[in-house]
Design a binder for this molecule. Structure first.
Ligand SMILES: [Zn+2]
Length: 90
């Protein structure tokens, strides 16, 4: 953890699909800021829903990494059962 990523706002639990989408937008913001990069993902950040409006997968995950210290953060969601979180680590 460094000065940059100690400010990352983690989420213990997504309370709604919209909450999850908001978190993905937050990830995109972090990447756009240039401080973080996408390390791995099951799909693109803006493609978690297909053209039909359905989730592309039962489990969707994105890992971003701090460019300064290398700390990873994972945003994962189980769209089938609901629930997920944004946490430190992978
Ligand atoms: Zn960092």
């Amino acid at each position: 953890m460094c000065e940059v990523c100690k400010n990352v706002i983690l989420r213990k639990q997504f309370c709604s699909p919209q909450d999850y989408l908001n978190c993905l937008a937050y990830l995109q913001q972090l990447i756009d800021s240039g401080e973080f990069e996408l390390e791995s993902a099951t799909c693109a950040l803006d493609e978690v829903k297909g053209p039909d409006g359905k989730w592309v997968d039962d489990i969707i995950g994105h890992v971003i990494r701090c460019r300064t210290c290398g700390q990873a953060f994972t945003c994962s969601c189980c769209t089938y059962r609901g629930g997920g979180s944004f946490y430190k680590g992978r």
